[in-house]
Design a binder for this molecule. Sequence first.
Ligand code: PEP
Ligand code: MN
Length: 357
Amino acid sequence: MKDIKPLFSDCGAAPLYIAGPCSAESREQTLTAACGVRDAGIGIFRAGVWKPRTRPGSFEGVGREALPWLVEAKNLYGLHVITEVATPEHIEQVLDAGIDGVWIGARTTTNPFAMQEIAEALRGTDIAILVKNPVSPDVDLWSGAIERLYNSGARRIAAVHRGFTTYDTSAYRNTPHWSVPIELHRRLPELAILSDPSHIGGRRSLVAPLAQEALDLGFDGLMIECHPTPATALSDAAQQITPNELRTLRESLILRRTPVTQDALRDFRLHIDSLDSRLMELLAERMNVARDIGAYKREHSMAVVQRERFNELLLAAEQRAESLGVSKRFIHRIFSAIHEESVRQQLDITDDPFAEK
Ligand code: PEP
Ligand code: MN
C-alpha cells in the first residue's frame, strides 16, 4: 500500500485531530459543537448520523436529515466533515449531500460481507475513509477490511484504534490491547493510525491519559468525542468532553515523538511498552479479584492464607515457566511478590510493604 494518500490534502503535520459529538442530535447542537471544535484548533469534524447501537431502543441517530447540518458546519467553519457509514445506501446519501469523508464503525469492520459492499459502493470516489478496528482483537480482520477498500481503488485511508470488547471486567469500556494497532502498523507501515480514547475509556476522566499514551506510542492522531453539553448527550454521554475541555486537552498533550522512522528498535520498544501496559492491567485486575475473595472469606469466616493453595499455585507457575522457557527462579520470585500483595489486598491492609521506607 505504498501509494496511500493523506485523508485530506491540507492535513498538515501529525498529529491529526478529529473531534465532534458521538451523534448529530439537532442543527443547533451540531453547529455549536462544530464551532467549538474549530475554536479548539481542529480541522476535521465528526458527527454520527446513523448510530449502531448495541441494543434496540437506544437513540439510533437522526439519519439522512442530519446530513445538511454537517454540510452547514463545513461551510460556516471551514471544517472537513465526516460521519459513519455502514451500508451502500448510507454512502450514496453521504456522497449526494457533499460530506467529505466517512468512518466505518467497529461492528461493521467485523463483517467481511458488509465491508465488501461498502468497498464496492466507494469505488471511483476519492473521499477520506477511516476504518475503526473490529470489535475483537483480530489484526487480520482489520487489515482485511482495509485491503478490501484499497482493492476497490480507495487511497485516502487511515485506521482508527478504538479498543476491543472484553468479557472480563476492565477499567476501560473497550480494552486497548495496544499490541494490535502496533502489529497493524508493522504490517502496513504507510497507513496512518489514529487512536480514539473516548471509545476506549468510556469515561471522560480517561480521555486525556489515553490520548497521551497513544501519542507516546507513536500514533498519528486522535479521534475525540466532544459535545457542547455532554451530560445531556443522547449517546455516549459519559465519555464526551466539552469544547473547552477539548482545547485544554489539545494544549496539554506532549509530543514526545521523534520523527517517524521505520527502525526496528522503535517497533520493539513500542511492543515492549504495550506488553508492560497489559501486564499492569492484568495485575490490577488480579488484585481486584483478590479483594472480592477477601470479602467472601470474611463473610464465610474463612482463613485468608491457605498454604496448600499457594504451594499449588507456585508449583503450577513453575511448571508453566519451564514449558515457556522462562527462568523458574524468576517466576518463583514474581509469584511470591504477587501472592504477598494479593494477601494484603484480601486482608484489606492499607499499609504498603512495598513502599519506600
Ligand atoms: C462512534 O464513533 O461513535 C462509534 C459508534 O464508534 P465505534 O464503531 O468505535 O463503536
Ligand atoms: Mn460514540
